[in-house]
Write a protein that binds this ligand. Structure first.
Ligand code: KG4
Ligand code: ZN
Length: 349
């Protein structure tokens, strides 16, 4: 700490962040939670595309191969040495256990060898904090819709590190539904970006797919019924010999997902009287969802925040941001930090 102009100035905090929870091997250096000095992502997507989805064992092996070069590049791109780093942050859950373990082991080894504190970070907290990177003025409290390949959560961010989950998916996550429907209509993996693109040529009102209601006034989501409705529609077309208009199916399915996400978010904003709303996770880069959420916020006088697509899908910069706020709250983990595949948001380990 140093004193300046009679005010106590905090020293800068440099976080080296590591993320390996699924199929991206990523490392970043983030200063004071919001300034990204480097953001290196090695995507394994091409490898998993061959199998139509993420193969956990292949993901773990690739992480082992890539983790050291990715971390070295993150430090080099940022132009810092390990001695300048304040703490090492790493995603410790949720995710694929073998994949998580690679990042957790690497982060522990580096932190131990360099004599730096270790901070375990929740992957979803990382997605939420991605919003701080480009929106310097954003501060809690705000409502956040987290929609990724593994999660669909409506979260009230009460304060840094204080989350209240208002709703979650009862079955498939939004991204999972995108991926499964994309596979069924022959678009391949990962389906989200492909459906996003193809939908632009389709009619979103061509097919009336169901908008699932879990229960009155619940903020929970359910996407497996919608996925089944799409599969049934495709089967019926096949049996009747009618051609499938892929773009129409994609656009109609996407509209059904977007409608539900917008409706739940709008209701929660109204019920809680919150005027700041953010979206996060891989599906948050969907252009139709962003446009619909923006329109809803404009109509209701709510400020809308979203990360750029590179900070929506898995990356380590978001872990560096979350790691900073956890570090500032005094969170430190021991050398016994483990990967926790089913870690709940807000759960202390
Ligand atoms: O956040 P993320 O990278 O990984 C998880 O934490 O799950 O999200 C990946 C998911 C995949 O299901 C992918 O299909 C989806 O995000 N996704 C999209 C788009 N880009 C990625 N879904 C819809 N539209 C997109 N443009
Ligand atoms: Zn993610």
């Amino acid at each position: 700490m140093e004193e300046k102009d009679g005010m106590r100035q905090q020293e800068d905090v440099w976080i080296l962040a590591v993320e390996t929870s699924c199929d991206e091997t990523a490392a970043a250096v983030v200063k004071n939670g919001r300034q990204v000095l480097s953001n290196v992502i090695y995507s394994q997507i091409d490898l998993h595309t061959l199998y139509g989805g993420v193969v956990p064992e292949i993901a773990s092996r690739k992480h082992i191969e890539k983790i050291n070069p990715v971390i070295e590049k993150a430090l080099a791109d940022a132009g810092v040495g390990l001695e300048q780093i304040t703490a090492v942050a790493v995603t410790c859950g949720p995710g694929l256990v073998g994949a998580l373990l690679v990042g957790v082991s690497a982060a522990k080894a580096i932190a131990f060898a360099a004599g730096k504190p270790l901070v375990g970070v929740h992957h979803i907290e990382g997605h939420i904090c991605a919003n701080y990177i480009e929106n310097k003025e954003l501060e809690p409290p705000f409502l956040c819709l987290v929609v990724s390949g593994g999660h669909s959560h409506l979260v009230m961010v009460r304060d840094y590190g204080t989350y209240e989950i208002l709703g979650r998916t009862r079955d498939d996550a939004a991204g999972e539904a995108f991926d499964k429907v994309a596979r069924a209509i022959g678009l391949g993996y990962p389906g989200g970006p492909k459906i996003d693109k193809v939908s632009c040529e389709g009619n979103p009102d061509a097919i009336a797919f169901p908008r699932a209601k879990v229960a009155d006034n619940s903020y929970d989501f359910s996407f497996s019924g919608l996925k089944s409705a799409v599969l049934n529609y495709l089967n019926a077309c096949r049996m009747k010999g009618t051609p499938v208009e892929r773009a129409d199916v994609a656009a109609s399915f996407q509209k059904a997902v977007v409608d539900v996400l917008v409706e739940h978010s709008k209701r929660a904003l109204e019920d809680l009287g919150v005027k700041k709303f953010a979206v996060a996770g891989g599906v948050a880069s969907n252009s139709h969802l962003r446009a619909a959420l923006q329109a809803m916020c404009d109509e209701t006088g709510v400020l809308f925040y979203h990360p750029s697509p590179v900070f929506c899908t898995d990356n380590a910069a978001m872990i560096g941001s979350a790691g900073y706020y956890e570090y500032c709250r005094g969170v430190r983990h021991g050398w016994d930090l483990n990967a926790v595949p089913g870690l709940k948001l807000g759960e202390r380990i």
